[in-house]
Design a protein. Structure first.
Length: 474
């Protein structure tokens, strides 16, 4: 069957992501130097040198296209930076290498089968770099003439455009007129118009107009009037994911589903057609495969069916690098009675490279706290920083990081003006001192105190019946 496979245009990629302050928003990369040696404190990353270096090595292989179809597992105690390192990898990958992050439990909560959800995640992580020839019109605008109908509802017009060698008049429809006025195109501008999409980009103002001072802003760029033919062919490349190609060609879904995120199940026959078409493009030199990274956090939440699917999928023709993270030790493989390291079946474990993360040293913790304070715009006094670092050691890093913003709220509630803490330290207005931290420490329980408190409430809180001494198996 001669399949007509269309690809989404590059403009789809223009949707910008909204940045907010989240748990990992301070991470801007892995903080490695050119030799992949971890810097002490760089790009928001501190300590955990071995794991960062391993992540850097893996990334290098991804960039060289040498590691598709492999799997990596970050294993270590909670709060040791597994998710943070994966986010750092995503930041250093470059814009056209796809990175998909999912939490294993998402696979169960979508309105589709587990394997479909995993397949979509796999295909989101494979990029197809497509080379396309497009026709453009490039020249200096000589004149724009617009005629409005009496009601103003319809507009027609003419655009006169030239190169150093020729001049042509084009008829304009309403859409083009709107596009021209949106870009504020004037006579004397050098523009490039994509014939297929009608997209107009302003390249600058023509040198011949450099004396028209009144039509100039401070950032006006002057360019030469183009030479030769008005219409040119130009090669452009853009990268889309296999999943985007799937969705756009899926008859029941179509283009809008990509924005809604509600893609439903996609037929295997369609995927097969797309795979063979993409292979064909690759052989003809029209497209390149860019294997990306799929990150599955909390991977022990997958069940035995998902694991066996992963085993197979990793061996398929289009497989990304799969990075997994887990904080479990010996635990049950979901869906079975068997226990296994990290809750992963041994045949999968056998295929993965395991990178371990370890607990942080006090100086690392202090630096992570400082970085988070900068990120959240909070100033701690010197003593407060020491106290919070000590708290992080006796409770957990996460607990301490959570206290930063709550302590700031408490600090803001103080009477305006400077104040002296109970330990004698002067605290400026807006700063967080030891007293503010102490107060928050009493408001919010950490894990150990919570366990103790629950123990004290025996018979008062409603509890599930458990055997004495039974604890959640980590
Ligand atoms: N090396 C590091 N440099 C800077 N920030 C870090 C580092 N390690 C962890 N953090 C920060 O500490 C917090 C906890 O780390 P993270 O969420 O990565 O832990 P995790 O290993 O994924 O734990 P879990 O097993 O509970 O998921 C996050 O806000 C993270 O950004
Ligand atoms: Mg995590």
């Amino acid at each position: 069957m001669a399949a007509q496979i269309t690809t989404p245009s590059s403009s789809l990629r223009d949707i910008t992501k909204i940045e907010r302050i989240g748990a990992h928003s301070h991470i801007r990369g892995l903080g490695l130097d050119d030799n992949l040696e971890p810097r002490k404190n760089s790009q928001g990353m501190v300590g955990q040198g071995k794991a960062r270096k391993a992540a850097g090595l893996i990334l290098k292989m991804v960039r060289e296209g040498r590691i598709a179809g492999r799997a990596i597992l970050f294993a270590g105690p909670p709060g040791t930076g597994k998710t943070a390192i994966a986010m750092g990898m995503a930041q250093s990958l470059g814009s056209d290498v796809p990175f998909t992050a999912i939490a294993a439990s998402e696979v169960f909560s979508l309105s589709m089968s587990k394997t479909e959800a995993l397949t979509q995640a796999f295909r989101r992580s494979i990029g197809v770099r497509i080379k396309e020839e497009s026709e453009i019109i490039e020249g200096e605008v000589v004149e724009i003439q617009i005629d409005r109908s009496l009601t103003g509802a319809t507009k027609t017009g003419k655009l006169t455009i030239k190169t150093t060698d020729m001049e042509t008049i084009y008829d304009l429809g309403t859409k083009m007129i709107d596009a021209l006025s949106k870009e504020k195109v004037l006579a004397g501008d050098v523009v490039s118009i994509d014939k297929a999409s009608g997209r107009i980009s302003k390249l600058g103002r023509s040198f011949t107009r450099s004396r028209d001072y009144d039509a100039m802003g401070a950032d006006t760029k002057f360019v030469q009037t183009p030479e030769g033919e008005l219409q040119k062919r130009r090669e452009i490349t853009h990268t889309v994911s296999l999943h985007e190609i799937d969705v756009i060609n899926s008859r029941t879904q179509g283009f809008l589903a990509l924005f809604a995120g509600d893609t439903g199940e996609i037929k295997p026959e369609l995927r097969a057609q797309i795979n063979s078409k993409v292979s064909e493009w690759r052989e003809e030199g029209k497209a390149e495969i860019v294997p990306g990274v799929l990150f599955i956090d909390e991977v022990h939440m997958l069940d035995i069916e998902c694991f066996s699917f992963l085993n197979r999928a990793l061996e398929s023709e289009f497989a990304p690098l799969v990075v997994m993270a887990s904080n479990r030790g010996m635990s049950k493989i979901r869906g079975t009675q068997y226990r296994s390291p990290h809750g992963l079946p041994v045949d999968l474990l056998d295929r993965v490279l395991i990178v371990s993360t370890t607990k942080y040293e006090p100086e690392d913790i202090e630096q992570i706290i400082q970085i988070r304070c900068q990120e959240e715009d909070v100033t701690l006094t010197a003593k407060a920083l020491t106290v919070l670092t000590a708290m992080a050691q006796s409770t957990s890093l996460r607990y301490a990081l959570n206290l930063i913003s709550s302590a700031q709220v408490v600090a803001k509630k103080r009477k305006p003006g400077p104040h002296t803490d109970s330990n004698g330290e002067a605290v400026k207005e807006g700063e967080v001192g030891v007293d503010d931290l102490r107060r928050c420490y009493t408001y919010f329980l950490d894990e150990a105190r919570s366990v103790q408190w629950v123990g004290e409430q025996q018979g008062i809180l409603v509890s599930d019946e458990v055997e004495p001494g039974d604890r959640m198996q980590l």
